[in-house]
Write a protein that binds this ligand. Structure first.
Ligand code: ATP
Ligand code: MG
Length: 364
């Protein structure tokens, strides 16, 4: 099927290994879009630590404006430990952009491909395929620069949960579960992770979840306390489907998810709001291996796949979802074959060899 629709993709090449993994990802998207008969138009936007070092600006207003105008935003990795602001903190445009564009749903798939390195021995681990959704604009992060240490005796932080954002977050989770149910051909389920037994704010969070669950009768809904859930993530992660949680809990649990997956090199992510979305690998700019051609590009490829999948839903264009599946299948095949893997996956290949092998599989 042909379509004249042009999708405009804003690219942030970033720092460190960022440009090294962005280049093959762009090629991958160009190849796949040709196969599905869609046109992608790319615009690279300046931002990041190196840009900050040159200009004093980490995320220029023009870049944000252009990203806001695009249909989707693809980001590799930003920030470098040696380039800091005057107060000594690292620049974090990848976080600032979440607030600038209201990207409240941090989507972190925890999925294992057969053959992937994992610290867990139970064979059922390879059935693990759930999506963790981390609320990304509230909780303790809503007031993150206002914490106080008083008289060197006590310290306080404020946690904020709002009805508006929570409702949007839960609706997002239920809609995602519905789409996954259709795609995977099984019933959908959403689990809310909180600490409602101890904190009023989480009781409020859970009560909004239970209210919204009523609007999605076809999806089953349940709740879990975060401590118990952390244990279940290790003992039987294959039982979950969509998991939705508050910002700080999500921050911690998404790293646990990456731990189960065995490598950051295979962990993609999305940050999604009402009308904008940023897709990027979970890992950082990996300055220790930058410029050496060793970076694993697969997390970036899988982030590009999530982008196509999201665009498919936003624009009701199933061809884009097919493109996403082509990328996922090529990645799965590479892992299954196991002959051309980067060092973090136990192989000896470089970025270029692994990228070219994936590109050969997705080429028309
Ligand atoms: P950030 O603060 O931005 O999350 P970080 O310092 O926590 O960054 P990363 O930049 O993600 O961490 O790097 C952590 C480790 O993982 C490093 O040893 C790095 O080389 C490795 N690593 C990260 N991404 C990749 C990749 N795509 N391929 C191979 N190794 C990677
Ligand atoms: Mg980190």
């Amino acid at each position: 099927m042909k379509s004249n629709r042009v999708y405009r993709i804003a690219l942030f090449d970033g720092d460190g290994i960022g440009p090294e993994i962005m280049a093959p990802t762009r090629q991958l998207l160009e190849d796949v879009s040709k196969r599905i008969g869609r046109k992608l138009e790319f615009e690279s936007l300046p931002a990041g630590a190196q840009h900050f070092a040159r200009t004093g600006e980490a995320l220029p207003a023009d870049s944000i404006a252009a990203a806001r105008d695009a249909d989707a935003i693809l980001l590799s990795a930003m920030g470098l430990p040696d380039i800091r602001k005057e107060d000594g903190t690292e620049i974090t445009p990848q976080i600032d952009i979440r607030f600038a564009l209201g990207l409240y749903a941090g989507v972190r798939p925890v999925k294992l491909f057969p053959g992937q390195p994992t610290p867990l021995a139970d064979k059922r681990i390879f059935n693990t395929d759930f999506v963790l959704i981390r609320e990304s604009t509230e909780g303790l992060f809503a007031h993150m620069h206002e914490g106080q240490v008083v008289d060197n005796e006590y310290a306080t932080e404020t946690l904020r949960i709002t009805r508006g954002t929570s409702e949007k977050l839960f609706d997002f989770a239920f809609r995602l579960a519905a789409r996954r149910a259709e795609k995977l051909g099984r019933p959908g389920r959403v689990t809310c992770v909180d600490k409602a037994n101890v904190f009023r704010a989480f009781w409020f969070f859970r009560s909004i979840f239970e209210e919204r669950a009523k609007a999605f009768q076809n999806i089953s809904a349940d709740c879990a306390y975060v401590d118990a859930f952390a244990m279940w993530m290790v003992q039987r992660p294959w039982e979950f489907d969509v998991v939705v949680t508050e910002n700080m809990f999500g921050d911690i649990l998404s790293d646990l998810g990456a731990g189960i997956m065995g490598t950051l090199g295979l962990a993609p992510s999305a940050d999604i709001g009402d009308s904008h979305a940023v897709f990027q690998p979970c890992h950082g700019s990996a300055p220790d291996i930058a410029g050496k051609g060793l970076a694993n590009p697969l997390a970036m490829f899988l982030s590009a796949s999530m982008m196509l999948d999201w665009l498919a839903g936003e624009h009701e264009d199933p061809a884009l979802a097919e493109g996403a599946q082509m990328i996922d299948a090529a990645v799965a095949a590479m892992l299954d074959e196991g002959s051309l893997l980067t060092r973090d996956l136990g192989g000896t290949a470089g970025t270029e060899e692994l990228s070219n092998a994936v590109l050969r599989r997705t080429a028309a």
